[in-house]
Write a protein that binds this ligand. Structure first.
Ligand code: ISC
Length: 465
């Protein structure tokens, strides 16, 4: 039996919450966190099938922190610009007078929002991303938090003055009992799919035209993406996909956001910013090369990447822009002299970490200023966004956008949602993009996107031959 807080304590806090909601004239968050026996996060995600459509999975590199949210007690979602400050205001307001019960102040426990943003609220929307608005951040009903080998369960309530604490306690106890009923083995599922590349010739033409715009000094860099649609013999399983991503991409952020019938899932190596205990960490990741077949070839390719002027230039735009944001919103900013290599299973990148001390500027304020970095949009920022809006034959939806979490103390982390797929039953759309500078070659960039599809293709099953 898993130790969760006493029903008596739960009941007392619910009574207190309902009373406070009456006094304040608005709903009140009651959030109770208990340390529980270690739980496997993917089994937990899989067991909560009844909450399909609301489940969220997040784990950081090496799985130092994993969050699994199920159910939604409170959701902030809207379309349009201004969404970062909109969420921030709503979240702060909802937290006023919150009743939070927690023994240990572990980041990522207690009331925490999980979710993400779309790439560009001003780009025309298509039905593809109908389940994902320009922002959707969710306070889950239940959230499992794993820090290395320890687990906590947070249970959230958004109480109105008219709620009945007896009834809510009774329902909460039943729901909890169902939470940990694990069974089945998702890893037995395996899909066979066929691929459809969407407009590949048109994409290479757009890339070539972008290099011409850059040569004419209209902008310095733009990241152009393309879509691959796959069709399988049976529905894709988020739990199966998560479990394979965990095995194949241990150095990446693994994420899954369910929304209605769809699931946006992936393994991104690209942190945007993490704020924890007064520190803010940023990652600049741009400039790519395939992995070698032997250690020697891999090392050679890594050296080529480190010494390639085109890739160094692509990378430097990212370092300069993120460095500027860090200096504007943080203090004691430390930018290394040059990049190192970051290697994942299918691809290697130039990588520069930036560290700083936090000020009173919130994580969402920083993310708003960063998005999209020149690794996802372009440089200068607005010229990049406009170029993408004009020329890309693609609805990016949440691809290349900030996804992550923030807790009630302002700790949190956001990553850029690349190396990702939108699962829609037995069909899926995959996305991959490349930084284009003046001397980019469209066929090499096309080849680079092919490599960037690999992390998702390899976990979604086998191509039918
Ligand atoms: C936009 C993507 O990758 C970005 C991140 C790392 C390296 C990149 C590059 O070398 O072009 C891209 O800027 C993607 O994978 O879809």
């Amino acid at each position: 039996m898993i130790m969760i807080e006493e029903p008596k304590l739960l009941y007392e806090k619910l009574v207190e919450g309902v009373k406070k909601a009456g006094q304040c004239g608005r709903p009140i968050i009651v959030s109770i966190t208990s340390k529980i026996k270690y739980q496997d996060p993917i089994l937990f995600f899989s067991a909560c099938k009844d909450e399909k459509g609301t489940r969220i999975f997040w784990s950081d590199p090496n799985q130092e922190l994993t969050l699994v949210g199920v159910g939604s007690e409170l959701t902030f979602e809207t379309n349009g610009t201004d969404r970062f400050s909109w969420v921030e205001k709503k979240w702060r307001k909802s937290l006023q007078d919150a009743i939070i019960v927690q023994d240990e102040p572990v980041p990522g426990t207690g009331p925490t929002l999980l979710g993400g943003f779309s790439f560009d609220p001003l780009k025309e929307k298509t039905p593809l991303w109908k389940s994902f608005p320009d922002v959707k951040m969710n306070l889950p009903k239940f959230m499992l938090t794993n820090h290395k080998e320890s687990s906590w369960l947070t249970e959230n309530f958004f109480l109105k003055a008219t709620d009945d604490p007896d009834l809510i306690t009774e329902i909460a106890i039943k729901e909890r009992e169902n939470l940990f009923k694990y069974g089945g083995n998702a890893s037995l599922l395996h899909n066979a799919y066929i691929k459809e590349e969407i407009n590949p010739q048109s994409w290479t033409r757009i890339v070539r035209e972008a290099t011409e715009s850059i040569k004419k000094n209209e902008l310095k860099k733009v990241v152009l993406a393309r879509e691959l649609r796959i069709f399988a013999d049976k529905p894709f399983s988020p739990e199966h996909t998560l479990s394979r991503l965990h095995k194949e991409q241990p150095l990446s952020y693994i994420f899954a956001f369910e929304s209605m019938e769809d699931c946006f899932i992936g393994a991104t190596p690209e942190r945007l910013a993490k704020r924890e205990k007064g520190h803010v960490l940023f990652t600049c990741l741009a400039g790519s090369m395939k992995r070698g077949n032997t250690a020697k070839e891999d090392e050679q390719l890594g050296n080529d990447l480190m010494n390639d002027p085109k890739n160094r230039q692509e990378h430097q735009f990212v370092v300069d822009m993120i460095g500027e944001v860090a200096k504007k919103f943080c203090k004691d900013v430390c930018v290394p002299d040059g990049p190192v290599l970051f290697k994942s299973r299918h691809i290697q990148h130039l990588f520069t970490p930036i560290a700083a001390k936090a000020t009173d500027k919130s994580l969402l304020t920083i993310i708003e200023a960063m998005h999209p970095t020149p690794a996802l949009g372009g440089f200068p920022k607005n010229a990049g966004i406009e170029k993408i809006r004009q020329v890309e034959e693609l609805d990016r939806g949440w691809y290349a956008s900030p996804i992550g979490w923030i807790d009630y103390k302002g700790n949190g982390e956001f990553a850029a949602a690349i190396r990702s797929a939108l699962l829609q039953g037995s069909e899926a759309s995959l996305f991959a993009g490349c930084g284009i500078v003046a001397d980019s070659d469209e066929l090499s960039e096309y080849e680079e996107t092919r490599i960037k599809f690999q992390p998702m293709l390899s976990v979604l099953g086998e191509e039918k031959t």
